[in-house]
Write a protein that binds this ligand. Structure first.
Ligand SMILES: NC(=O)c1ccc[n+]([C@@H]2O[C@H](COP(=O)([O-])OP(=O)(O)OC[C@H]3O[C@@H](n4cnc5c(N)ncnc54)[C@H](OP(=O)(O)O)[C@@H]3O)[C@@H](O)[C@H]2O)c1
Length: 233
């Protein structure tokens, strides 16, 4: 699908990659962007419609789908990261991140599926390279992204016959609040957003939007165990 004249909804649109996605879509000629956030923020561009949405709240998702029935592109971006290994993070951390990172994209996809079928639209789920192999220091986050990746694959198959494309995005480290503690080279949110839109327009099922992600993808294609070992180290 083309971004020009699209009507997008971006979750977690108030900062980080989500805010960059909003701006990239405006620059690419989107007709309207619903900027969904727990605390919506005003935007100077009149094409932006701020929308209150806590993605952990299924009733709020249903209300958003009712309000934004003209959406042609759903960007599931909202996410949370809690660090810690499998023992220190604990089951509660797993549960919290599963709700936001794993279940919410599925619930949003289901709620917006009628609109996306009507428009022959698209869904992009912002996952992470740790969906491919876990980083043990981010055990619960990795698990939540792996769940989201699996559901994204099922979603793609289930919507293929309806003309809705589903894109899985696997970024490496990005320079946002979420990665503030991560001491690695980071890509700018603007560059990630541009790569995501280019991937959607190109029809890429899997989008690796930065150099680190592309390096992981190449390694993964050759030897997944080597990537897992690298992440584990
Ligand atoms: N930064 C990285 O290195 C990196 C790498 C790979 C993938 N990602 C993924 O990229 C996505 C965006 O992350 P980011 O780097 O932009 O992080 P960020 O700057 O921390 O932003 C996270 C966004 O998610 C929102 N959010 C969290 N819980 C929410 C909820 N229950 N309902 C609605 N919105 C919620 C936050 O809203 P509030 O302001 O209300 O908290 C914020 O807008 C996430 O899915 C993340 O996992 C990030």
């Amino acid at each position: 699908m083309m971004i020009r004249n699209s009507i997008a909804l971006v979750t977690g649109a108030n900062r980080g990659i989500g805010a960059a996605m909003v701006d990239a879509q405006l620059a690419a000629g989107a007709a309207k962007v619903y900027a969904a956030a727990r605390q919506p923020v005003a935007h100077a561009d009149p094409r932006v419609v701020p929308l209150e949405l806590d993605v952990a709240d299924p009733a709020a998702i249903a209300a958003a789908a009712e309000r934004a029935g003209d959406v042609t592109l759903l960007i599931n971006n909202a996410g949370v990261l809690e660090g810690g290994d499998i023992f220190t993070a604990g089951a509660d951390a797993v549960e919290r991140q599963l709700v936001v990172n794993g279940l919410a994209p599925l619930r949003l996809a289901a709620a917006f599926a009628p609109a996306l079928r009507r428009s022959q639209g698209a869904i992009a789920n912002i996952l992470s390279v740790v969906a491919l192999a876990p980083m043990p220091g981010l055990a619960s986050y990795s698990a939540s992204k792996a769940l989201a990746a699996s559901l994204t694959g099922s979603l793609r198959a289930s919507l293929a016959g309806d003309g809705v494309s589903v894109h899985a995005v696997f970024p490496g480290p990005v320079d946002t609040d979420m990665a503030a503690e991560i001491d690695m080279p980071k890509t700018s949110p603007a560059d990630v957003a541009a790569a995501v839109l280019a991937g959607i327009e190109a029809g890429d099922a899997e989008i690796f939007p930065d150099a680190f992600a592309r390096q992981v993808a190449a390694g993964w294609a050759q030897d997944p165990r080597a990537v897992a070992a690298q992440f584990a180290a």
